[in-house]
Design a protein around this ligand. Structure first.
Ligand code: BTN
Length: 257
């Protein structure tokens, strides 16, 4: 699996940024929330090599063998709770920008997929899960969790056509510490600009979803139509076959064209 992360590598990578490294944990999002409740500052980072109850969207599990991925949660403390929906977008854009650095001079293409996936050559390479903690009605903090497949090989697995890793897609060796350094830099950049229209614009322009015919499977319904836009809050606008506009907040997209 290559070199495992450790305190020393992370200290060198993260400099003065507060971080916690857990060789094994439940979920880095839980750790980040718990630490935030005890006062972790904006930008504090939790990293783990192995999660025993890693979470994905829609109640799914996120499973990754030790050393295979970058599993990280960043504590954010947005001052304007109205912008909370932007944080997932921030995570996806930051991961996408980071990947673009690491696929430079290859023919691999990085794309965003609604609502919060990042793709390499149309296959999922990373997912984002932002979770908030509230003090009554006041937003206390958000754990921005990201899982990036770095050296998983999905060949001959049930996920072969749908998932990839950076090393599998590029054939390059990837230094996870360098990946983390770049990622937190992009998160710092955008978390200082959460209200900047450029964030939403970058996301929208690089979504593989807009203009495509697709189905969205949400918890209880399936929609079919053409994706026409994404709202400021990250919702998907779908023009269904009967000409109606639907605003969709969550679901799984399958492209049909
Ligand atoms: C998804 O695509 O469904 C989102 C996956 C998010 C996974 C990351 S791994 C680090 C952080 N801790 C978790 O338990 N989940 C996120």
């Amino acid at each position: 699996v290559g070199e495992l992360l450790n305190e020393g590598i992370l200290r060198d990578t993260l400099g003065r940024r507060p971080f916690r490294f857990e060789p094994q944990t439940g979920s880095t999002n839980d750790d980040a929330i718990a630490w935030a409740q005890l006062g972790a500052p904006e930008g504090a980072v939790v990293i783990s090599e192995e999660q025993l109850s890693g979470r994905g969207r829609m109640g799914r599990m996120w499973v990754a063998p030790p050393g295979s991925s970058l599993l990280v949660s960043v504590v954010l403390r947005p001052t304007d709770p109205a912008l909370i929906n932007r944080i997932t977008i921030l995570g996806a854009v930051a991961v996408w920008e980071t990947l673009n650095e690491f696929i430079r001079n290859t023919d691999v293409v990085a794309q965003l997929k609604w609502p919060n996936d990042v793709l390499l050559n149309q296959r999922k390479v990373a997912g984002v899960l932002a979770e908030a903690t509230w003090l009554g009605s006041k937003l206390e903090a958000v754990a921005l969790g990201m899982g990036i497949n770095v050296r998983l090989n999905f060949a001959n697995t049930p996920l072969a056509g749908r998932a990839t890793s950076i090393e599998m897609a590029t054939g390059r060796q990837i230094d996870r510490a360098a990946l983390l350094a770049r990622l937190v830099e992009r998160i710092d950049y955008w978390s200082a600009r959460l209200g900047d229209p450029a964030l939403h614009k970058t996301w929208e322009q690089n979504l593989d979803t807009i203009g495509r015919t697709l189905t969205v499977q949400s918890a209880d319904e399936e929609y079919h139509g053409v994706a026409t836009a994404v709202g400021d809050d990250g919702t998907l606008v779908l023009e269904t076959d009967d000409g109606e506009q639907r605003i969709i907040t969550a679901g799984d997209v399958t492209l049909l064209d």
